[in-house]
Design a protein around this ligand. Structure first.
Ligand code: MEV
Length: 308
């Protein structure tokens, strides 16, 4: 038996634009996915049923990459799926960790991040960034940038684009996550943005990149007011890209009454919002009054981990 786990994430700034090589900032959330592998003749199964590629495309890829055969996979997750909180990346990282360990390999975050990114690329039709997968593999705060700088973890180049992944210190931030209850599928939302970009050009994407760059400075200066303002602006840009919904706009608007700023997080089309606040209880209350389950996010420095 082998076991591994990996965390979900929230993107503070830069989602979607990061697919086009712009910067992004993400933090690992203390909500994890756990995968256990049990050797068992009869091919690859998930909780005793044959692995269905349509249901678990990320698992199929992880199995192919690690050359595993005759194993049962068991999954437990604290992360809701299609909620913009990185459940797919956490599943890829945890599955890779467990499968690598079951085959006697060391589980290195850099290796898991690389393989998990290639899984995202395959499942998002080539339109993906390494943001979610590196944040899940490395834990903590991650800055994705087009140029290497201090705190560089690793770099990837795919389809003519280059991403440099950095460790970024995250000051004490209180984030509230509100789950809209609408499911947002990442592959659909990145395809939608690709259409908007084809029609209208890269103006909004570049603007979101500038906002994330300013966000990195605000984070370093521990300037929460500025970070909040930038989050508000980022939400407006994401609306322009067509990935917000009336429900997400409503929740963001409600949260702002008690926040430095609020925005959708992750792919959008549903999923979750985040609010940066000094008054988390009030934000949770206001979101819950709109039938939106909400939690005060705990961040984690722990990335992918395999049981010894
Ligand atoms: C999804 O969490 C983040 C996106 O930017 C897609 C990606 O980076 O691959 C929307």
């Amino acid at each position: 038996m082998a076991e591994a786990s990996a965390p979900g994430k929230a993107i503070l700034l830069g989602e979607h634009a990061v697919v086009y090589g712009e910067p992004a900032i993400a933090v690992a959330l203390d909500l994890r996915t756990y995968v256990t592998t049990v050797p068992r003749p009869g091919g690859i199964t998930v909780h005793g049923e044959p692995l269905q590629d349509k249901l678990f495309p990320h698992l199929r890829k992880a199995v192919e990459m690690t050359g595993a055969r005759d194993v049962e996979l068991r999954i437990e997750s604290e992360l809701p799926s299609s909620a913009g909180l990185g459940s797919s990346a956490a599943l890829s990282c945890a599955a890779l960790g467990a499968l690598l360990r079951s085959r006697g390999h060391d589980v290195r975050a850099s290796e898991v991040a690389r393989l998990a990114f290639d899984i995202e690329l395959a499942t998002q039709e080539g339109r993906a960034s390494p943001t979610d997968t590196t944040t899940s593999a490395a834990g903590g705060g991650v800055l994705v940038d087009s140029a290497p700088g201090p705190g560089l973890l690793w770099s990837f180049e795919r389809n003519g684009k280059r991403w440099h992944l950095h460790r970024v210190p995250v000051p004490e931030l209180t984030l509230v996550v509100g789950m809209s209850g609408q499911r947002g599928r990442t592959s659909e939302q990145v395809a939608r943005v690709a259409q908007v970009v084809q029609r209208d050009g890269l103006g909004t994407v570049r603007e979101l990149g500038d906002i994330a760059r300013a966000g990195a400075k605000a984070l370093a200066a521990k300037d929460q007011e500025e970070l909040g303002r930038l989050m508000d602006r980022a939400h407006a840009g994401l609306r322009t890209l067509g990935v917000s919904t009336p429900r997400l706009d409503e929740l963001v608007q409600a949260a702002r009454a008690h926040s430095y700023g609020a925005k959708l997080t992750g792919a959008g089309g549903g999923g979750s919002i985040i609010a940066l606040t000094r008054e988390p209880e009030r934000v949770v209350h206001v979101l819950e009054s709109k039938q939106c389950p909400a939690l005060v996010a705990k961040l984690t420095p722990r990335g992918v981990e395999a049981a010894p």
